[in-house]
Ligand binder design. Sequence first.
Ligand SMILES: [Zn+2]
Ligand SMILES: [Zn+2]
Length: 77
Amino acid sequence: MAVCEVCGNDYEETFEVRAAGAVHVFDSFECAAQKMAPICENCGCRILGHGLQADGRYYCCANCARMQGRMELADSV
Ligand SMILES: [Zn+2]
Ligand SMILES: [Zn+2]
């Protein structure tokens, strides 16, 4: 039994995610994504799949990267 650190739900089947030496507890992937997923610098959506990263900034797709002047980035899928 643990409490989701995003929504506070006290749930039997919570799971842990380890990232950068810290352990996070969530009750659902939706809550995990809300906490862990980076946000696209251009359109503001959460990046759940293969995003693009440049200089610590994240983009959901090559199109968004280009919109921010990142011409060198291309979709890896
Ligand atoms: Zn939750
Ligand atoms: Zn985007």
